[in-house]
Structure formats: structure tokens, C-alpha cells
Design a protein around this ligand. Structure first.
Ligand code: AMP
Length: 115
């Protein structure tokens, strides 16, 4: 049995994090190295390694997470001006932690295209 991922350890309170939302399927906490005034990571409790490895059985979980974003953004005060959600997948995507996570970035003007 493989060891726990970093984000499973956060979910299990083995590593501290500033958790701003959680429910039975997912949790959301502040990124330790924020790239914007608001930078959150929304993570499923299930350790799906990356979005490219999500399966048909994960549809409800992924839909649940996507529909949590609006409420979290509202609570963080970034709804009115807008925000960005990002999923990095694999080396060219810039993925560093192999446990699916949705970045929620806000509090400043985002640029396009991303670097
Ligand atoms: P990614 O590059 O998409 O895999 O994003 C991984 C993110 O996890 C980065 O933005 C890191 O700053 C963040 N991160 C790494 N370790 C921690 C931690 N212990 N607590 C909160 N965020 C973390």
C-alpha cells in the first residue's frame, strides 16, 4: 500500500494547514507559497493523482468540487472582482504535488496567457 500523499496528510491533520472549508469529499486550504493575495487549494480526500487519471466513477466527486468553488470564493471576498481556477497536470503543466488539486487564485488582476 503506497504511503499517504502530502495532501492526505493535511486532510488527516498530520501536517498543519490553514483549512478554510471541508466536507466529506474535499477540503480547501491556503497555499503555503501564495501566488496571489488569495491562493487556495481545493483537494479531494480521495488521492486521485492528477486530472488525467480521473475516472468515470469520479464524476460526482469532481462535480461536487467544482460547485463548491463559488461559495469558497464568496467567503474569501473574491467573487465580485473575479478569480481564476487552475489545474496543473504533469511536468509541462507545472504539477508538483501528485494529488489532484484545484488552485483558486484571486485578489489581483490575472494575466493571460499564463507563464
Ligand atoms: P502544483 O504545482 O499545481 O502541483 O501545486 C502544488 C501547490 O502546493 C504549490 O502551489 C505549493 O505551494 C503548494 N503546497 C506545497 N506544500 C504545501 C503545504 N504543506 N501546504 C499548503 N500548500 C502547499
Amino acid at each position: 500500500m503506497p504511503g499517504k500523499t502530502l495532501f492526505q496528510k493535511i486532510a488527516d491533520r498530520e501536517i498543519p494547514a490553514d483549512i478554510v472549508y471541508e466536507d466529506e469529499l474535499c477540503l480547501c486550504f491556503r497555499d503555503i507559497n501564495p501566488g496571489a493575495p488569495t491562493h487556495l487549494l481545493l483537494v479531494p480526500r480521495k488521492p486521485i493523482p492528477r486530472i488525467a487519471l480521473a475516472e468515470d466513477d469520479d464524476q460526482a466527486l469532481l462535480g461536487h468540487m467544482m460547485t463548491r468553488i463559488a461559495g469558497i470564493a464568496q467567503k474569501e471576498g473574491v467573487s465580485e472582482n473575479g478569480f481564476r481556477v487552475v489545474i496543473n497536470n504533469g511536468p509541462h503543466g507545472g504539477e508538483a504535488v501528485p494529488h489532484l488539486h484545484i488552485h483558486l487564485l484571486g485578489g489581483r488582476q490575472m494575466q493571460w496567457p499564463p507563464g
